[in-house]
Design a protein around this ligand. Sequence first.
Ligand code: CP
Ligand code: NVA
Length: 333
Amino acid sequence: MFQGKSFLKEVDFTKEQLLYLIDFAIHLKKLKANHIPHQYLTGKNLALIFEKASTRTRAAFTVAGQDLGAHVEFLGPLDIQLGKKESIADTAKVLGKMFDGLEFRGFKQEDVENLAQESGVPVWNGLTDAWHPTQMLADFMTMKEHFGSLKGLTLVYIGDGRNNVAHSLLVTGAILGVNVTIVSPIDLQPQKDIQQLAKKLALQSQVKLSIRCDLDAVEKADIIYTDVWVSMGEESQTSERIKQLLAYQVNKKLTEKITNKDFIFMHCLPSFHDLNTEIMKEIKWEYNLDELEVTDEIFTSEHSVVFQQAENRMHTIKAVMAATLGNLFIPKI
Ligand code: CP
Ligand code: NVA
């Protein structure tokens, strides 16, 4: 059911399969904490292809692969011919003959789909402009760890509603039965086709989805989630984004509207919550802003689970790789 399958977008797996991967990751987290080996991929070779920068995803795939007993090879944008001198299809055929599984982080969703089609081995999407599926496993695992169950939860995402993370949250919430509200200015709301897809999935799971532009929508949040205002590849739009999203910052004033005083704050990271990055120093110089999508006060508050979320990237990626490549016995789920 999992063996040999790729994970290119959330809808590739059913609700039951995604929930299984989350529970498997919780189990793998315990094994790791207790130093119990779990080398399901001994003798396997994995390639990690990155067109865009990454800290968490690269580190998570590397450590997860090594914990599983595999050899992991990083192929960065300056290392291979991909797309520049050799087509994705030709590269996929070559890599598929040498590696047992491929991770891809890049721009176009069609590239990761093409890689899966042509390589003949499992391909895991480590983020494209369209989706961030491995992030979703970690995020919903973190919610489950925190609240005990996903049932009845309401997630409010605030910020750029048409980026990969917002689209993935909307669709994954709809599959897994978590209510999702996206709060964004009209011009940054989720793409219509993604809204349609999520609505269709929500009919089955009976969750409420809503797309709004008013900040009062945060009132019912159990989870408040934000992401950077400018995603990788869209840097030329920084100035416009800051103007559009300044009112949508997650700060004390906004979180005071939330009724559930035990709400959690989530962010996929990296985050612009202080001046300790080169980019934020430039933003400070140009726009006189100290924080963007979230204030340091909220980011470092007791509500914040962002580093638990980051750690869970590793456990969930391990679960996906083991399930799709490790010849596990998994009864029908
Ligand atoms: N959240 C996430 O994907 O982080 P990286 O870009 O550092 O991999
Ligand atoms: N939306 C962000 C997510 C980074 C993990 C980006 O694509 O840059």
